[in-house]
Write a protein that binds this ligand. Structure first.
Ligand SMILES: [Zn+2]
Length: 405
């Protein structure tokens, strides 16, 4: 991020003072005094200032690392000194705390709770601290939208005109795919062109807003779906203004967005009801029960299944023996191989047995899990809700051969 203040490396007495920091000293006044701009637009420290620390402070091995002041404060704050329990699970986080990184941390801590390495109370403390720090800092650290990202950028608009001219013929013959390609090229160019604007942090962090919003306001509306299911497009952006002959098109976009929220949410809601009703008699047997079914579900363990831990806490049958996937690495030998998965689909006991169901629901102490199954339909509902804010149309080419190998 480009800020007015230069990034410095902390040394000597100043560095030593920071090294003595523990979680109890991190409070609103402390953050405000150190990281907020005063009336002269100057601040004591830039969160990107650098400091050399030793991980031993976090009960880890004695290893020096260069980190930023902001990351250091985060790590110190979420670890309860001197215990530093979270550190033993996720280590020292020395990368930008984007939405993705926070999700990764949350995933690891949630698994730690399931594996009894951490209590629910400790997880709650982490969530409270994480959210307090994030929301408190947003008051004086987070950038707002600046003029770079509100106005049309002359370079981007120049390229837009060039591309529309260059692909004039293709637009006439294949408008939707061609405009889709131009949209993407312009969006990539704008992202690179504006990367040093402080406001880009809003999009780069992944915490709020999508760069696609910028495309709509400042590049071009692009391809849109109409209420009748067909597609049309507009090459103007909202900042440039809606042309008279495009009024109908833009009204249609509003209809499609509102229809998503008012009509399609009901579809997801209804699906939730069906799923909850259908599975309300679904119940798990006692822990360690095994119905002894000989039937299993063959599944190809892809890298994606391994990375996303989709088979964690499930039972596989391998060489006539049950293999329990207790941690991610247990599945490693099976990557790119077809495994035989024990599944509730083939359970032959009255209640679903432990080996067919896996251990997850037992860890969650959910013996009647039907409410958890509505996650699928909730997703459907959320997508319809999102349609109200973004009606962006993405096109992708599919090769059928990729799916029928
Ligand atoms: Zn069973």
């Amino acid at each position: 991020m480009a800020t007015k203040d230069k990034i410095k490396v902390l040394e000597g007495k100043e560095r030593q003072e920071w090294l003595n920091l523990t979680d109890e000293f991190v409070h609103l006044d402390f953050l405000y005094d150190n990281f907020s701009f005063n009336e002269k637009d100057v601040r004591k420290y830039n969160p990107r200032d650098q400091i050399k620390i030793n991980l031993k402070k976090f009960n880890g091995e004695s290893k020096d690392v260069i980190t930023t002041l902001g990351r250091y404060v985060f790590n110190v704050f979420i670890n309860n000194f001197p215990e530093c329990k979270i550190f033993s699970i996720i280590g020292y986080i020395n990368e930008p705390l984007t939405n993705k990184v926070i999700e990764k941390i949350d995933q690891k801590l949630a698994s730690a709770v399931l594996d009894d390495e951490m209590t629910v109370t400790e997880l709650k403390t982490y969530i409270n601290k994480r959210d307090w720090l994030g929301y408190t800092l947003s008051n004086f650290i987070n950038p707002s939208l600046n003029i770079d990202l509100i106005e049309n950028n002359p370079e981007v608009i120049k390229l837009k005109k060039e591309l529309l001219k260059k692909y004039k013929k293709e637009i006439e013959t294949d408008p939707i795919n061609t405009i889709g390609k131009i949209e993407k090229q312009l969006t990539d160019f704008a992202k690179e062109h504006l990367k040093d604007s402080p406001s880009m942090d809003l999009y780069a962090s992944g915490c709020r807003g999508k760069f696609d919003d910028y495309r709509l306001t400042s590049i071009m509306r692009g391809v849109v779906q109409l209420p009748n299911g067909k597609y049309d497009y507009s090459t103007t952006s909202l900042s440039e203004g809606i042309k008279q002959d495009e009024l109908q098109l833009f009204n249609n976009i509003m209809v499609v967005g509102c229809a998503g929220r008012s009509q399609d949410t009901a579809k997801g809601g209804y699906q939730s009801k069906i799923i909850t009703s259908s599975f309300q008699t679904y119940e798990f047997d006692e822990k360690d029960t095994d119905c002894g079914t000989i039937h299993t579900l063959p599944i190809l363990v892809t890298q994606g299944i391994y990375d996303n831990e989709n088979l964690l806490y499930r039972y596989l049958v391998y060489k006539n023996k049950l293999v329990f996937i207790n941690k991610k690495e247990d599945l490693k030998p099976f990557i790119n191989r077809v495994v035989q998965l024990r599944s509730p689909m083939f359970c032959i006991s009255e209640k679903i047995c432990n080996k067919c169901a896996g251990d997850l629901y037992f860890k969650l102490e959910a013996d009647r899990p039907s409410l958890l199954f509505s996650l699928i339909s909730e997703k459907l509902k959320n997508i319809s809700m999102k349609g109200f804010h973004s009606t962006a149309v993405k096109n992708k080419q599919f090769d059928l051969n990729d799916y029928i190998k």
